[in-house]
Design a protein around this ligand. Sequence first.
Ligand code: SER
Length: 314
Amino acid sequence: MKKEKVLIVGAGGQIGVELALALRNVYGNDNVIASDIKEAHPILRDSGPYAMLNAMDAIAMLELIKKEGITQVYLLAAVLSATGEKDPKRAWDINMQSLLQLLDIAVQEKLTKIYWPSSIAVFGSTTPRNGTPQQTVVEPRTVYGVSKYAGELWCQYYNQRWGLDVRSLRYPGLISWKSAPGGGTTDYAVEIYHEALKHKKYTCFLSEHTYLPMMYMDDAIRGTIELMEAPQEMIKSRMAYNLSAMSFSPAEIAASIQKHIPEFTIDYAPDFRQQIADGWPASIDDSVARDHWNWKHEFDLDKMTAAMLHNLSK
Ligand code: SER
């Protein structure tokens, strides 16, 4: 087991639950403290230490870090794209304040590594939509995207100014079965599997041919840990890395489900999230991550569909 003491902030969310389990495998259950503003998710409570922590409470965060002798922090607390548009100032405050206070604590306490996720939401409608490169026009139009891009710049700044080892990935839409997503534009790609099993039909809030970059959670978790374990000299970008696995539309994921559930039907009732999706890339070029630290995805659409339906029907 490696000698690190890890704190996950916002561990009760879609990524946090699975990342906590994976990190507990790497560092030992007792060396990974999961925290969130809410009561522990049963998976977290049963697998290791848990603390209640408001990500915006700098004093409580510092105290917990000192008390537990934390060496690495994964800050996952965030308001996502769809929820963010309902109260933009709140999204900005939560997403930014939690990061800025952690960056200061990390420098002060000499933490060895920080992880902070970014998103494809940093891109906007002026960005090349297909095969969006690592470095390109970046003009986000959602408050979530604005906060993620600003955060990337802060992470890069703290790395250059203070030598802080902070690493980041631009996640595509993440699809998981252990924990539910909350408030994102890509959430339809999770809901659709639940509805396919329960009701054999789904009404999608995005239109039929809306292509978005997507990834199965297993790939995202492995990618995150591989990024964090890579030697410093491989991390040549301190902005977040583009990360990609697949790109599909609602019609294509429906067709993939119909291979297992032929009677499944989908219809479409696009809402305000359509406009968010229309401003995002359809597919991502992640060759820089593949080149710098050997990123490689394992799940394509059909492999993911088989895994999702299998795991959700258990
Ligand atoms: N899944 C996120 C969202 O839809 C994108 O990072 O907001």
